[in-house]
Design a protein around this ligand. Structure first.
Ligand SMILES: [Zn+2]
Length: 134
């Protein structure tokens, strides 16, 4: 239903891989107890805005979830982490998410010295090979 809503809004069918991702994200959101109609409506909003991540969209959507206490009661609070393969409780204390955040952080700040050395060695080897070739 969620995928169908997305495709109807987009006006074309998704490729199989994208459909699988969207379905997985939809299942993760639905696992948090949001009504399928609400999730489908969010999915239908995505193509027009070129959005691809249903999880992020549902988390940030200002549209109130029917049956939820109030919009201020943060959507994913006191629930399992909705990301595939996480499922930690509560969501804001998910160690997997923490690890992901640290990975993203280090990837940005750090560079790989080994990779740099490999790259330099290759350059030297290529130069030597070029000299031998002539
Ligand atoms: Zn997580």
């Amino acid at each position: 239903m969620v995928v169908a809503a997305y495709e109807a809004a987009a006006g074309w069918p998704l490729v199989a891989s994208r459909r699988a991702v969207l379905r997985e994200q939809a299942q993760a959101v639905l696992a948090t107890g949001r009504p399928v109609e609400w999730v489908a409506a969010r999915a239908a909003e995505m193509p027009a805005k070129n959005w691809t991540d249903l999880l992020v969209h549902c988390q940030k959507s200002p549209v109130p979830v029917p049956g939820a206490a109030s919009p201020a009661a943060a959507p994913f609070r006191r629930e399992n982490c909705p990301l595939p393969g996480h499922g930690a409780f509560p969501a804001d204390a998910c160690s997997e998410c923490e690890v992901d955040a640290i990975r993203r952080e280090t990837r940005r700040v750090d560079f790989d010295p080994q990779a740099l050395i490999r790259q330099m060695r290759k350059k030297t080897a290529d130069a030597a090979a070029a000299r031998r070739g002539r």
